[in-house]
Design a protein around this ligand. Structure first.
Ligand code: BGC
Length: 485
């Protein structure tokens, strides 16, 4: 995923039939990213209605939202192993079926225990999609455009979040409120989940029509089948070279099958810790509090439900647009300046939110922000999303793809992705309880993590822009240990 991979070279043209097919297949695979974004944030518009319908405490509400994320962690760890055994497409199909079934189940849920089951199943689907979609894209992408195609995944995630929040807002507004009855006697919040069957069905159909990953076919010894698929994806002059390179890489992987993540630093290799810590920071700045809870948040500070839903939709549009900016910048400006600018902007905006909420009047669910503090909180929350989406959002995934040595890349990525889901779980779970206790303290804590992330980047993250994938690992291994933040 380096910029040298992204540069079109030689005979390869994006506009050629090969380029167009690779782009089409990558978009198809990225539907998994769309479902990841959709299913993880569709709960946003429904949280309060679930709380009202089932009369849950803040702790239980947090658990209902967050339990899906534990499923995600398990799904991410399982996806790697399963897709090596069954093939990428069957695992995509499994993800699609989990999305489909859990969308219907959640919509028809009748009690908290069965809601938990549906949330966990949907989480397994999200975890699977979070690993299988980028893997499939990397495996079918011609090397010259692999970087840009890999970025489609984060774009799809943000579009999924946007799609979910927009559909939540439309359904709630049509019904006159998320808890009001919409069609067929079902409340609007139930329809929010049911809408998920549409992208799930698309994903299921795609998994039947897409070709299997040629890398998987080669690993299974199916040389001719793999060659036929590659013949449609790379120009004839590159075909033998591509097959030889892949066969060599697969042999290398086989030799290193027993390569372990273990090392002296608390049982793991230092580089694995870098991946885990990047993932944890990405979540500990509290980004998903915005994407899972913002409707309740804005209602709590005095906006009515319809305005709160609208603000949430605007925030998720900002997220999409800024992700495009990051994709454009990443190979031009480099990783490190983008991460540092993002950390600084997030620290300031989260600090401003903490300050604004310290002026909140009232108590319980009946609080409001007086005078300028409402608009200050609103602008600060959106600046925070700008800071995140243009930096840590996409860049953590980019770095996770390029910092690990190839002999441990698969396993290390699985561990770092699982760490990200667990960190996400902790933040999502603790938000309702922490915020009912003190909103300034909650945002102050996220601001502190954003500040720490700034120093961590200065201390530990070397620039990897434009480097060959094989070279990046040496930067991390040779880093002098004495430097202090
Ligand atoms: C993170 C998600 C987050 C999303 C927001 C992704 O990089 O993994 O947890 O919801 O960005 O756009």
């Amino acid at each position: 995923m380096t910029s040298s991979d992204a540069l079109p070279t030689g005979a390869f043209k994006i506009s050629s039939p090969f380029g167009r097919r690779a782009i089409a297949l990558s978009i198809a695979a990225a539907v998994g990213g769309f479902l990841f974004g959709f299913d993880s944030s569709v709960i946003n518009g429904a949280v309060d209605s679930i709380e009202g319908t089932f009369d849950t405490s803040p702790f239980l509400t947090g658990l209902v939202v967050a339990v899906a994320l534990l499923g995600c962690a398990v799904g991410a760890l399982l996806a790697g192993t399963l897709s090596d055994k069954w093939g990428r497409l069957r695992v995509m199909l499994l993800g699609g079926v989990l999305f489909f079934v859990s969308s219907i189940g959640t919509a028809l849920t009748f009690s908290i225990p069965d809601l938990f089951v549906w949330r966990i199943l949907s989480g397994l689907g999200i975890g699977i999609a979070s690993v299988v979609a980028p893997a499939y894209i990397a495996e079918i992408a011609p090397r010259q455009i692999r970087g840009s195609l890999a970025s489609l995944q984060q774009l799809a995630i943000t579009l999924g979040i946007f799609g979910a929040l927009l559909s939540d807002a439309l359904l709630a507004n049509t019904a006159g409120g998320a808890s009001e009855t919409l069609w067929l006697g079902m409340a609007a919040w139930r329809w929010m989940f049911l809408v998920g069957v549409i992208p799930s069905a698309v994903y299921i159909i795609l998994s039947f029509t897409m070709p299997e990953s040629p890398r998987y076919l080669l690993a299974k010894g199916r040389q001719e089948d793999a060659r036929k698929i590659f013949a449609r994806l790379v120009p004839a002059v590159d075909l033998d070279q591509t097959m030889n390179d892949l066969n060599a890489a697969i042999d290398e992987d086989r030799k290193n099958r027993s390569a372990s993540l273990r090392g002296k630093a608390l049982g793991l290799q230092p580089i694995v810790w870098v991946g885990i810590i990047l993932s944890v920071f990405q979540q500990f700045v509290g980004i998903n509090v915005i994407f899972y809870y913002s409707t309740s948040l804005w209602k709590a500070v005095g906006f009515d439900e319809s305005d709160s839903l609208l603000i949430t939709v605007i925030t998720s549009m900002t997220n999409v647009v800024m992700t495009l900016v990051a994709i454009w910048l990443v190979d031009r400006v480099g990783r490190k300046p983008i991460l540092l600018t993002g950390s600084a902007l997030m620290t300031l905006s989260l600090g401003a939110m903490a300050l604004a909420f310290s002026f909140a009047e009232g108590s319980g669910t009946d609080v409001s922000l007086p005078g300028v503090w409402g608009p200050v909180a609103l602008v600060a929350a959106n600046l925070f999303v700008v800071g995140f989406a243009a930096s840590w959002g996409p860049l953590v995934w980019v770095l996770l793809g390029e910092i690990f040595p190839s002999r441990i890349r698969g396993k290390a990525l699985g561990v770092a992705a699982a760490a990200q889901w667990i960190a996400n779980f902790l933040i999502t779970m603790s938000f309702p309880v922490m915020s009912s206790w003190s909103l300034p303290l909650t945002y102050g804590m996220y601001a502190a993590f954003a500040l720490l992330s700034f120093f961590y980047v200065i201390w530990k993250i070397p620039e990897t822009k434009g480097m060959e994938l094989e070279k990046t690992e040496t930067l991390f291994v040779q880093k002098p240990k004495k430097q202090k933040a």
